[in-house]
Design a protein around this ligand. Structure first.
Ligand code: GAR
Length: 194
């Protein structure tokens, strides 16, 4: 069985979309894969309660408990490795990972970023896209490499930026696409690594 571990920091809507797709599309039968655990760096992340309500194993590794990025990443890797993952999925996980962590899961560590990379890596992507006068915005699913929000692109989707958009209204339009493309990209990855 290919175990999938999902890392979150917030509301977990991408995590929930992935879990829904895994059931609807029968990933267990088709790819011998299942989502086994959700791990958060924040105890109060709404996604933790959401995952529990879905019957998923959850763990919290609070980054504030660790003196350095290296110490946090070592504890995070322990929590991840407890589930023997074939694939580690970052779904709104808002911590920069050390090269050591990235190397440990190289080729099986995916991220979703709410912009059309390589445009707008980092934070506040929707505000920056509006301020730059972009007519389209979107989302990127990519393999994680040591360079933040870079790495081979697996999937993208574009949405229009409308004249009266606010960062929130644009974020909502992009998020709807995230919920579609992330499960699709993961299913493709699972299909290709059989
Ligand atoms: C999503 O929009 C995701 O693309 C973004 O955080 C949000 C998490 O929402 N990720 C990043 O900005 C990573 N750089 P969710 O918790 O509801 O899935």
């Amino acid at each position: 069985m290919k175990n999938i571990v999902i890392l979150i920091s917030g509301s977990g809507s991408n995590m929930a979309a992935i879990v829904r797709a895994a059931e609807r599309e029968q990933w267990a039968r088709r790819f011998n894969a299942r989502v086994v655990a959700v791990i958060s760096n924040k105890a109060d992340a709404a996604g933790v309660a959401l995952a529990q309500s879905q019957g998923l194993a959850t763990a919290v590794v609070p980054h504030s408990d660790y003196a350095s990025r290296e110490a946090f990443d070592a504890a995070l890797a322990d929590a991840v490795d407890a589930h023997a993952p074939a694939l580690v999925v970052l779904a709104g996980f808002m911590r920069i990972l050390t090269p050591w962590f990235v190397a440990r899961y190289q080729g099986r560590l995916l991220n979703i970023h709410p912009s059309l990379l390589p445009a707008f890596p980092g934070l506040h992507t929707h505000r920056r896209a509006i301020e730059a006068g972009c007519r389209i915005a979107g989302v990127t699913v990519h393999q994680v490499t040591t360079e933040l929000d870079h790495g081979p692109i697996l999937a993208q989707a574009a949405v229009p930026v409308l004249p009266d958009d606010t960062p929130d209204s644009l974020a909502a339009r992009v998020l709807a696409q995230e919920h579609r493309v992330y499960p699709q990209a993961i299913a493709n990855w699972l299909g290709e690594t059989e």
